[in-house]
Design a binder for this molecule. Structure first.
Ligand code: GLY
Ligand code: MN
Ligand code: MN
Length: 437
């Protein structure tokens, strides 16, 4: 089905059936694929399918629309690009209308150029419409026309179109619980990331550039069949490690620097997300080692708090407690842990969350809080990162001099299991003796 084939075809069918159950018989859901984006002239940015469209269809091409009409005799319609010999000569084969049925299990297909004539017919037959307004201006207009037409035509029979509902949260709620094949895909992405990091780990890094290290990482990902990265690799030496989403990667690595790598290969559209911080020379300074031990201990404590029934925020709260104690030991903060927690005085040194969901998107969909503002509870099948850090940029005053320029983050990808957790990236070394030369 998709590029790396980890997810069986039946799983896409099951996802559609689950989704259609939520949409309800008699209603319709319209989902839009990703679009190609022009970089300049006739050059496009590399295309990657929209994650939710992929989740429900597995269909890899741009400019498509999926329509779900549960309870009807053709519940799954795909509008796709038809064959075009000229375009296919230039940029490669298209799947086309027939294979969208035979290989992707649509019940009927139309040329995407027929959207304006065919989609209204499908909408007319349905009650509620599930569609993310703004996803596509043509569909926005078609739905508006239908609302007006059905309101004005009501006296002559037929129901008004009164309910326009957004399907995204419904899809998010499906995506947040991972199946065993999805976990295999994430694990493969992590294994590839692990191989890339292994090539960097014991490399002599002093004197190299950040982009050379990036090339070593990413060439291993490509060599192992990962078609792209889940997000731009962060390869940050010295003070650059204090910039959370640093991606310039142009600096030269100096002796005594730390090198923070935050990276993830993609496999079958699923992303890894792993951070490791290495001493460039192979040996930590004593201050670097002190900070590293605090972050590692915060991470271990946070990981141990992951189990079903705990809240999404528990790993963060657990990490913050350890980091605060560490900041006190480092003579960066004074006061009781409680007072520091309350005043957020740790924020200049730890300004990000500890976790996010991981899946088709690196910052994957899924709520952290329920509609009543209570935090979401962890459930078996969820995958989240645990990534505490401490950052002491050179331009911050009032901290011990030896801490300046130290930025450390350690990040692993954790699956919530029925009884606790599994650290999917545990095999990637993070202990001090493992990562020192
Ligand atoms: N790689 C971005 C993050 O860790 O959230
Ligand atoms: Mn990361
Ligand atoms: Mn992350």
């Amino acid at each position: 089905m998709s590029s790396n084939n980890t997810i069986p075809r039946e799983e896409f069918t099951n996802r559609r059936n689950q989704f259609m159950k939520k949409i309800g018989d008699g209603n319709i859901a319209i989902l839009v694929s990703g679009e190609e984006v022009i970089r300049n002239g006739d050059v496009y940015f590399p295309f990657r399918q929209n994650s939710s469209f992929h989740y429900l269809t597995g269909f890899p091409e741009p400019s498509c629309v999926a329509v779900f009409a549960p309870g009807s005799n053709k519940p799954y319609t795909l509008f796709v690009r038809k064959h075009d010999p000229v375009m296919e000569t230039w940029v490669g084969p298209r799947i086309g209308l027939r294979k969208a049925i035979s290989q992707y299990d649509a019940n009927q297909t139309f040329d995407i150029n027929e959207l304006s004539s065919e989609l209204p017919k499908l909408i007319k037959m349905s009650n509620d419409v599930w569609y993310s307004v703004g996803a596509n201006s043509t569909i926005d207009q078609l739905i508006k026309d239908q609302i007006v037409e059905r309101r004005d035509g009501r006296q002559r029979g037929g129901a008004s179109l009164t309910a326009l509902r957004d399907p995204q949260e419904t899809i998010d709620n499906l995506r947040v619980i991972k199946s065993s094949s999805e976990i295999s895909a994430i694990q493969e992405a992590i294994n590839i990331t692990s191989a890339g990091l292994a090539n960097v780990e014991h490399l002599s890094k002093t004197g190299k550039t950040e982009y050379e290290v990036q090339a070593i990482l990413e060439s291993e990902y490509r060599r192992l069949g990962s078609p792209r990265d889940g997000f731009p690799s962060i390869v940050a030496a010295g003070n650059n490690s204090c910039t959370l989403h640093y991606t310039a990667n142009r600096a030269r690595i100096k002796n005594g620097d730390l090198l923070l790598l935050d990276t993830g290969a993609e496999w079958d559209l699923y992303s890894a997300d792993v951070s490791r911080t290495y001493p460039a020379s192979g040996k930590f300074t004593s201050a670097q080692k002190d900070v590293y031990e605090i972050v590692l201990s915060a991470q271990q404590t946070a990981i141990e708090s992951v189990r079903p029934g705990m809240t999404f925020y528990e790993p963060h709260e657990a990490a913050v407690r350890v980091l605060i104690d560490g900041l006190k030991d480092l003579k960066v903060l004074k006061g009781t842990r409680k007072s520091i927690e309350k005043s957020f005085a740790y924020r200049p040194f730890y300004m990000h969350g500890t976790s996010h969901w991981l899946g088709l998107d690196v910052h994957d969909v899924g709520n952290y809080s329920n509609p009543d503002q209570t935090p979401v509870k962890l459930k078996s099948g969820m995958v989240l990162t645990v990534e505490p850090g401490l950052y002491f940029p050179t331009n911050i005053d009032g901290i011990p001099k030896e801490l300046k320029g130290i930025g450390i983050r350690i990040e692993d990808d954790i699956l919530v299991t029925r009884t606790g957790r599994r650290n999917l990236s545990e095999a990637i070394p993070s202990k001090i003796d493992e990562i020192s030369a």
